[in-house]
Design a protein around this ligand. Structure first.
Ligand code: INI
Length: 154
């Protein structure tokens, strides 16, 4: 029997982070959490590129562009879609999730879904570093694990 696992070591890995400006008070916290997690796992800040996009709807297109450069070991997508604020919540949240899922299946490197979808601003705040962890940090940890796992499984 052989078991494969992704090591939680980020040294030598290159990360692209796509982050949405919409609800930036939340997404900045997700970005802080993600960068903090990468650095605490020995990433080099020269190996982290951050790209801001207008909203979560635009994340998959830019994430694809980053994947297509071939420069990154993982691409991390961060944003916050809050139902209370928009009647088109379902479209924005749904299209972002679909786009990222499709891209990740087509990509040789992991594309990590770190978009909060919540009913209220309070729920988003709680998941951005207050009370209920930081979704950006969790996304970064998934990126490290998956980047190493996909290298290990040949
Ligand atoms: N984008 C978000 O990231 N979060 C939201 O909550 C949101 N709302 O509320 O509408 C949102 N809308 C913008 C959307 O992502 C696109 O940027 C816009 O439709 C232009 O294509």
């Amino acid at each position: 029997m052989k078991t494969y696992e992704g090591k939680m070591i980020a040294s030598g890995l290159k990360f692209g982070i796509v982050v949405s400006r919409f609800n930036d008070a939340i997404s900045e916290r997700l970005l802080d959490g993600a960068i903090d997690a990468l650095m605490r796992h020995d990433a080099d800040d020269k190996n982290i590129d951050v790209v801001w996009v207008p909203g979560s709807f635009e994340i998959p297109q830019v994430a694809k562009k980053l994947v297509d450069t071939g420069k990154y070991n993982a691409v991390i997508c961060l944003g916050a879609v809050i139902r209370g604020e928009t009647p088109h919540f379902d479209f924005v949240a749904g299209e972002a999730a679909k786009g990222i899922a499709k891209l990740s299946l087509e990509s040789k490197v992991p594309v990590i879904y770190g978009i909060l979808t919540t009913d209220t601003i309070d729920q988003a705040v709680e998941r951005a570093g207050i009370k209920a962890g930081n979704r950006g940090e969790k996304a970064a940890l998934s990126a490290i694990e998956m980047a190493n796992l996909l290298k290990a499984v040949k």
